[in-house]
Design a binder for this molecule. Sequence first.
Ligand SMILES: [Zn+2]
Length: 739
Amino acid sequence: MEVLNKTSGVLTLFLLLLALFAIVSYMVYFYIPSVRGSYTISITAEKPLESVVLELPITEDNRPIYRIKEITCFVKSNGYLREIKPVITSTIDGNPKSILLPITGTGTFNIVGEYVLEEEKLIDYSRYPWTLIVDSKKYEVPVYVERDIMLQVVYIMKENSMILVPSLGILTVLCGGLSVARLFRGLFFQEKVPTAPKKKCTKWYYVCVNFFKIEQGSQTGKQLPKPYIDKLMKLLLNVNETWKKCCIKFIPCIDSKGNIVAKYVNPDRDITYATAGGKIIIGRYKIDFKIVRKLKLKDLFKDPNSTRLEVSESKVNAPYKEKLEATWKKDIEYKGVKYKAGEKIPNEIVNEIVKKGLEVVNKRLGESGLPENEKQRLLKRKKLFEYVLKIIKEENIVKRGEIPVIGALKGIEKLKDDHLSKCINVFIVKEYEDKVEKGEEGGCGEFPGRITIIEEKVIEENISNMLAHEFGHNLGLDHVPPNPQKPNLMETPVKGNNLTKKQCKKAFENCMKDKRKHFSEKTCHEGLKYLRKLELFREIEKLKKENKEIDKQVKKLRKSKEEVDKQIEDLKEQIKSEEKMLKKEKALLKKVSSTAKRAERYKDIIRTKKGRRKRYAEKSLDRMESMLEKDIERLKGKLEKAIKRNREKEAKELEKKIGEKETLLEAVRDPEATLKKYSEKVKALEEEIGKLKEKLKEYESKAPELKNKIDNKIKELRNKLNNNKNRINKLEKEIKELG
Ligand SMILES: [Zn+2]
């Protein structure tokens, strides 16, 4: 035991050193640290700003100093803080060199931002300030970089790599050699350690799910029939079985009446969804607008019965109407009427304002000597105004175009309650096909997002992997190449249900990020209870089934234990009867032998002697034969009578006697052959008895061990049975507690 501990101690030390060596080598040679920094700029512009560019310094030999991987920018002006997207306009070695900050207008701008840098070595950035170029005027921008303790340790390691890495390497090799040597000396024994219990989820992620079945003639919002919901829940349980490894659970949503959200949707429903939006500022009028499309759900379907959804790259060509919806951005007065911010603006008013705006723009465009960028800006405005006017004008015209199905499904009216935006929504259609993106059969999932479309057959045939796959898309997982050994859930077509750690991490992160998928007590808590109950029922059913099977096995084992004894008894019985037979055969052989010997003697005399002795021998032999023949004749007569009188026992006895006499007669007629025949018979019988006795011995020696084994197996099964029963009790208690 002492030796064993020492060896595993050395082995542990070796593994630790190996890990340390790997980490240090990685840090020194491969790890490129990244640091965070910030910058602040303040500019005042009297004239409208045209271009604000950050220039980053480079080394004399044209190498980047700042390897910026991410940069953010916030601008505060007129009391508003907004985020703008910096645009990289030139790069060096793949790193930004000039960054355009899209800021326009006049006034004071306070600009702050953060960036992430990659550093190969320690650099004193205070020596390399940035340059800000505002409309060709230059300013210096100081930069600040933070480095934490970890990073400082990394730099110390990098600086001392010449000593650190080789010495750690030598130490690791020495330690490895020592543990290998111990291993080979046979001192390293370890019993097979029972496999550790599978990692349990410390934190579960719950995702709420709604189900909607699109069916002609149905009533939108009406609950699906109970058996259908049962099927859905069964499917969901199987989906959860697959997603268990990622610690993600899909939970049915519950509506305000406490019903599971598994409802009908009538294809006659209207759909409205926004396609674009923005703001228009004309003089003092500030308008927010949205362009809203309106169509019928059934127009997305290929057939009049709304059963077949046929898409090309997730789009369907369908008729629709387009409408502008505008609201005031600020409290305002227009033609003597006061409006509040956010209030709807009638389209005639929008029309009037935009028309006036367009006139102004057109007039400005007519002026000569306009700077190029001003001209571009005006042209952009003109385009927007014309577009808005066109939408207003064509409000009642039915148009046709490509409708993104997933976007449209989000706009089904009457389903727009809270749940739709807080859950994953599964739409069930009879048939679904993407004419362009083949391979995915039976469904489609928004990537990433909250809409999944599946075919009816997925539910009818409980193809849980299909739904689990679409949920994968919803949680941000893309397709993966096929892996025949371990088919992944995200392969297409779907073959297996494996998920890698990386995929789990990605899906989990998607859940964490997308607040709209957040499980909420209000929408899902009851669903969690409901699903848990189903899970419990299912487990109980499984355990009960298992127990039935165990019962059967125990019965079988008991029977086989009885059979062990019975086999021995049977063998003993067989030996007894064979021994009895042997005794009889031996008695017969004795008679045959004496008769045969006498007959042989007479035959010898007949062959070798003459005269009186020969004649005497012939006579005696004849007499032997005829006496036996007579005996047989007499016995046969008796047998006939016994048969006639139905005396079975007597008849049997007589038959036996006749047989014996016939054997003796045979011995008189052919003494040598008959004697040989009957001795061989006895010998064979003796051999067989010997074999049977050996078999018995073997059985008797093995029986206790065998019975013991069976007893142990029965004990084991009984334990399992009891464990199962306890577990069932526990589960039933939990069901009761759930109410
Ligand atoms: Zn897919």
